[in-house]
Design a protein around this ligand. Structure first.
Ligand code: ADP
Ligand code: MG
Length: 498
């Protein structure tokens, strides 16, 4: 071999070594970065842990806060609002009634015919439309004119040939925001939640605003009941099943109400109702306890929200927020690693990942997680997501949803504990589990997150069983009501019609 040849061989060998070193170096770096992804995931899992012991602490905290909120005005982050609904529909109601439903994202008008026989609600007409986004932050006049116009169009379609008597129409207004009620048919807005914030509304009578808008549109319709959506859900639940004691909404936001004994509502001494009971709107979205497993992502989400330090429970549980918690986690993962090969600027846009899409990724059963890749591409514009990154994203969705569902379950058991339906005899009762006869207890539930996200509802049921134990849990029935917040409100308009 000549000198030249040897020289060349050496050069080639050196070059090969250098290339190999770079490749190995990159792999090591990449592995190190991947380890970072895994450690972000591990940290998330740890911070979101909800073992049954912790859930029971949340149960107790919920029951204690309920007591405190009933004891004095401002006694708890739970407002425990009076609804003045002391009688729930029982099936004897007759006539035609309307309901307007203003939810977090949708608006509905509906009409029901009641013929006095339980479970024969004839819901003959429903119209649903998304609330135009600009109305959520415009003026109360614009919002209520939109609502009144929708009702006017709805009624106009009834035509002359309808069988509806021409006497004054009565309607229930489902309003899914915290209201301090003065009566069944009036109440002032305490604050906006979800994506709403109309400045000149807080402190005003919501029913009066609607009544005025109806008059502006020339409609002879009386607002007979102003109802929180949870109360509507409870009303429909109770109409079909008198063992229904509470109602939960888990949709864009989350809230709960239940039937309370009048003598337990200490902050309103002298309150009397024929039934000795009243529905209390808990506004549980604002529940807080140091036992809640909070992460840095929750803290950031809260700080950047329009309502910091508010609705802490809701921000961990409801559909408005779950997708955004997931987005925050994958943003951090992408910044600390080359998980997606690039940090998409889209990762930084708040609420760009909607919860239904997050759920679709979570529930992707295809072997190559095709849907996960498609959604990441659609939402974040990441062209090619490696398989192992897809798996991580699914895992993040799982951790966030599982925590949400289990906390919601703990909240439900908290209510059952407060009213002595958790099999333990209530928090002040001295009876033991064995001598407490557990009565059949129905909780009505509604909302897109629970009804459309099956892993969410599965996790919720699993946690209920864990907390209550199977013997007790079998007496607790979670019943999905279909459009209870709307139909139930029409039922309440019937109960409280003039
Ligand atoms: P609202 O709470 O606005 O009155 P819904 O009860 O219908 O209305 O809940 C809608 C919310 O439920 C959405 O904002 C979304 O967060 C959640 N949701 C709807 N569909 C799904 C789905 N398929 N998977 C997960 N979450 C869903
Ligand atoms: Mg709703």
């Amino acid at each position: 071999m000549g000198r030249l040849a040897v020289g060349m061989a050496v050069t080639v060998a050196v070059a090969a070594c250098a290339v190999a070193a770079v490749v190995v170096g990159r792999r090591v770096k990449s592995r190190r970065k991947w380890r970072k992804v895994v450690s972000v995931l591990r940290e998330l899992e740890e911070d979101c842990e909800t073992p049954v012991g912790r859930l029971k602490q949340v149960v107790d905290a919920m029951a204690v806060e309920m007591h405190a909120g009933l004891a004095s005005e401002g006694g708890s982050k739970l407002k425990m609002l009076l609804t003045f609904v002391d009688n729930l529909p029982n099936g004897t109601e007759r006539g035609t009634y309307y309901a307007l439903h203003l939810g977090g994202t949708n608006f509905r008008v509906l009409r029901v015919h009641l013929n006095g026989q339980r479970s024969s609600v004839l819901e003959d007409e429903v119209e649903r439309q998304p609330i135009p986004e600009h109305l959520m932050t415009s003026t109360s006049e614009e919002l209520f004119d939109f609502i009144a116009s929708s009702l006017k169009e709805f009624i106009a379609k009834e035509g002359d040939g309808s069988n509806i008597p021409m006497s004054r129409r009565e309607l229930g207004f489902t309003f899914s925001f915290p209201v301090k009620q003065m009566s069944v048919s009036s109440g002032i807005l305490i604050k906006w939640t979800k994506a709403f914030s109309i400045v000149n509304m807080v402190g005003r009578d919501v029913a009066a605003c609607l009544q005025e808008a109806l008059a502006r549109k020339g409609l002879d319709v009386r607002v007979a009941a102003l109802v929180n959506d949870t109360v509507g859900t409870l009303a429909l639940g109770h109409y079909h099943d008198p063992d229904t004691v509470a109602a939960i909404i888990i949709g864009t936001g989350t809230n709960a109400c239940y039937l309370e004994r009048i003598d337990a509502i200490i902050k309103c001494q002298g309150l009397l109702t024929a039934s000795g009971r009243m529905v209390v709107n808990m506004e549980w979205g604002n529940f807080w306890s140091s036992h809640l497993p909070r992460t840095s992502y929750d803290i950031d989400l809260d700080a950047e929200s329009p309502n910091p330090n508010d609705q802490g429970f809701e921000k961990m549980i409801s559909g408005m927020y779950l997708g955004d918690i997931v987005r925050r986690v994958i943003l951090r993962m992408s910044m600390e690693s080359d998980m997606f090969e690039l940090v998409s600027p889209k990762f930084k846009i708040p609420f760009i990942l909607r919860t239904p899409l997050m759920a679709a990724m979570h529930e992707d059963n295809s072997p190559d997680l095709r849907e996960v890749a498609r959604i990441l591409k659609e939402v974040f514009e990441i062209p090619e997501v490696p398989m192992k990154a897809r798996k991580i994203v699914v895992k993040v969705c799982d951790v966030v949803t599982r925590r949400a569902a289990r906390l919601a379950a703990a909240g439900i058991v908290g209510i059952l504990k407060k009213i002595g339906r958790d099999g333990s005899g209530g928090i002040t009762g001295g009876r033991s589990r064995s001598d407490t006869k557990m009565r059949r207890t129905v909780v009505a539930i509604e909302g897109g997150l629970y009804s459309s996200y099956s892993l969410f509802s599965e996790y919720l049921h699993e946690a209920l069983n864990e907390i209550l134990g199977e013997d007790i849990a079998k007496h607790v029935i979670i019943k999905v009501t279909e459009d209870g917040s709307g139909i139930g409100t029409a039922l309440l308009a019937a109960s409280y019609s003039s």
